[in-house]
Write a protein that binds this ligand. Structure first.
Ligand code: NAD
Length: 262
């Protein structure tokens, strides 16, 4: 990697950046010179995460947001506008994991997941597009979808429905925002080792023998390992960078090849 800071002084906001994939993306953007805002509902963890970046010599701060709430998102946009006057990069990463099955799911649970995982990204885009339009070069929106937005998966009805919506939201938004030079793309992570993969009983989703057999031993993941948050950072950075100036409306699977198999 060259020493050139390719996002120097660009304002970048990453939702759900207190941990996991969001933190890795925020760290990469900050390392490339972006003024990086780590926006999260877990504000204490986000503050600690931002401090880790500042200690590395990067420009970062934490701001609270609940992407499930209109007023909270509007408050975040107002803070960023007041402090920076614009925003070049929005990464819609925050989401929640939850098992849901059509026969047992309650409508309130479905709506809770859709409200955060699907509507949260729409809400953020509505609030931040005016700020992105005020920015200079390098206007970008990157959504974090999932391979579950591209394929079906048992017991994930609401999550997969929301991620499928994020996939086509990315394409439709790209068409709306192309006249403003705002590129809109998504990454679709595969199985990534983050706190989201911890099951309610404290065990790790990917640690069971059957999971390892199918995905690693027999190669349902062709690269034969689970992803790490850091594996997501480079592809997300590419979509935020000037190198993506002619790329919009695309979904980049970052999944060790899972979606290439059947
Ligand atoms: N881990 C995986 O295997 C995997 C696979 C595919 C896609 N993804 C996607 O990647 C993204 C990041 O997932 P992760 O695995 O790092 O998850 P994670 O649970 O480790 O982190 C999610 C972050 O989002 C924050 N968050 C949750 N609800 C929020 C809200 N309402 N407002 C603001 N912040 C909120 C959490 O506090 C947390 O810091 C998500 O969009 C997820 O769906 C993850």
């Amino acid at each position: 990697m060259s020493n050139e800071k390719r996002l120097k002084d660009r304002v970048a906001i990453v939702t759900g950046a207190a941990q996991g994939i969001g933190f890795s993306i925020a760290e990469r953007l900050a390392s490339e010179g972006a003024i990086t805002i780590l926006a999260d509902v877990k504000i204490a963890a986000a503050v600690a995460a931002a401090e880790r970046l500042v200690k590395q010599g990067f420009s970062a701060e934490a701001l609270p947001v609940d992407i499930g709430e209109d007023a909270s998102v509007a408050g975040l946009a107002k803070s960023v506008d007041g402090k920076y006057g614009c925003c070049e990069i929005l990464v819609n990463n925050a989401a929640i994991g939850a098992d849901t099955h059509i026969e047992t799911m309650k409508m309130e649970e479905y709506q809770r997941i859709i409200n955060i995982n699907q509507d949260g990204a729409v809400r953020m885009a509505m609030a931040f597009v005016p700020l992105i339009k005020k920015a200079g070069d390098g206007r970008r929106i990157v959504n974090v979808a999932s391979i579950q937005g591209l394929r079906g998966w048992p017991n994930q009805l609401a999550y997969a429905t929301a991620k499928g919506a994020i996939v086509n939201f990315t394409r439709a938004l790209a068409c709306d925002l192309a006249p403003y030079g705002i590129m809109v793309n998504a990454i679709a992570p595969g199985f990534v080792d983050t706190p989201m993969s911890i099951l309610p009983d404290g065990s790790h989703e990917y640690d069971s023998d059957w999971f390892r057999d199918i995905y690693v031993k027999y190669g349902r993941i062709p690269l034969r390992r689970f992803g790490k948050p850091l594996d997501m950072a480079g592809p997300a950075f590419f979509l935020c960078s000037d190198d993506a100036r002619y790329v919009t409306g695309q979904i980049l699977s970052v999944d060790g090849g899972v979606s290439a198999t059947f």
